[in-house]
Design a protein around this ligand. Structure first.
Ligand code: NAP
Length: 290
């Protein structure tokens, strides 16, 4: 990689950032396409976000990704915000604009594009949404926008699921969406579900944990998407598979949220032929060889 006086810089702000796979996506994309761009992680300490965003602009940084814990906190420091990101209440991509940055949410469009490449569709599905945190809120918007038949938001803390349902009813009033306590999943009447696992249960190092204990519900999950990618196959995915369902982990979501950010920064289109080797490089970085 040649770095010279014209090299543009992009990066990731968050805390922690040490284990990020995003540099693999962006630096390889830049290399593949012959773009003079470098992507680096920036650790931003608590209380330093406003200065980090201002400083990045002054340093002529082209764009940034935003990760935990700043996806919502960054919003007040933006010059502009995309309507979708504003509705979701979370921004993971900053694109340089006149006088500051415009915020976007590419997590959601990234998940959509990832699911499409796997032949997983949302339209007319009963979606069992597990979790009610930041990721689940974004997935609820995705499912509503993509024409889900019904969305059931299941969470340990049912009040948080009810809050998402309340917000969705205001923003997209015709959506059929209900809240349910995780412990009441067995009471559902629908015969078939697309389940999207949006909790942190099962995340490394707690790889044996699963949000839904083994039960009859798995017989009704025809497809289980887990947003987690460490481990590469979660306990949830193993159970869905054991009951005959199809599975997908969160690695492709991570890849496509990055690709969409890269497209926004560079005003370009990344092809599937370019995406495939990137996924392989991410897997290698994780020590996955299959
Ligand atoms: P978050 O806002 O902290 O939400 C965490 C969720 O997990 C809440 O619904 C919480 O339920 C639930 N939960 C935690 N411990 C639980 C337990 N022991 N039993 C039942 N439920 C439990 O996190 P987030 O930002 O939404 O992220 C959620 C997951 O998505 C994380 O694993 C993250 O790595 C993943 N993610 C992946 C990508 C990607 O690119 N692949 C992008 C974003 C997020 P309560 O409300 O009851 O506490």
């Amino acid at each position: 990689m040649k770095i010279d006086g014209k090299t543009r810089t992009c990066g990731l702000i968050g805390n922690p950032v040490e284990h990020t796979l995003s540099p693999v996506i962006h630096n390889n994309l830049a290399q593949m396409s012959g773009t003079n761009l470098v992507y680096v992680p920036f650790l931003v300490q608590e209380g330093g976000l406003a200065e980090a965003v201002k400083g990045a602009y002054q340093l002529n940084i082209l764009g940034m990704n935003v990760t935990v814990p700043y996806k919502s906190d960054v919003i007040p420091y933006l010059k502009e915000i995309d309507a979708l990101a504003e509705n979701i209440g979370a921004v993971n991509t900053l694109v340089r604009c006149e006088g500051g940055y415009k915020g976007y949410n590419t997590d959601m469009s990234g998940l959509f594009r990832a699911m499409q490449t796997e032949g997983i569709h949302i339209k007319d599905e009963n979606v069992l949404l597990l979790g009610a945190g930041g990721a689940a809120r974004a997935v609820a918007y995705l499912c509503a926008s993509a024409g889900a038949k019904k969305i059931i938001v299941c969470n340990r803390t049912v009040e948080k699921a009810q809050e998402i349902v309340r917000e969705m009813k205001i923003q997209m009033e015709e959506t059929d969406i209900v809240a349910l306590a995780l412990s009441d999943v067995g009471t559902l009447a629908e015969e078939s579900f697309l389940a999207v696992q949006c909790t942190s249960v099962g995340l490394y190092p707690n790889v044996e944990d699963v949000v839904l204990a083994d039960g009859e519900i798995y017989d009704r999950i025809h497809t289980g998407v887990d947003l987690i990618y460490r481990p590469y196959e979660t306990q949830f995915m193993k159970l869905v598979k054991a009951h005959g369902g199809k599975t997908m982990n969160g690695l492709k979501m991570l890849l496509y949220q990055g690709i969409i950010a890269y497209e926004l920064w560079n005003q370009c289109d990344v092809t599937e032929e370019q995406a495939e080797p990137l996924l392989q490089k991410m897997k290698e970085e994780m020590g996955i060889y299959e």
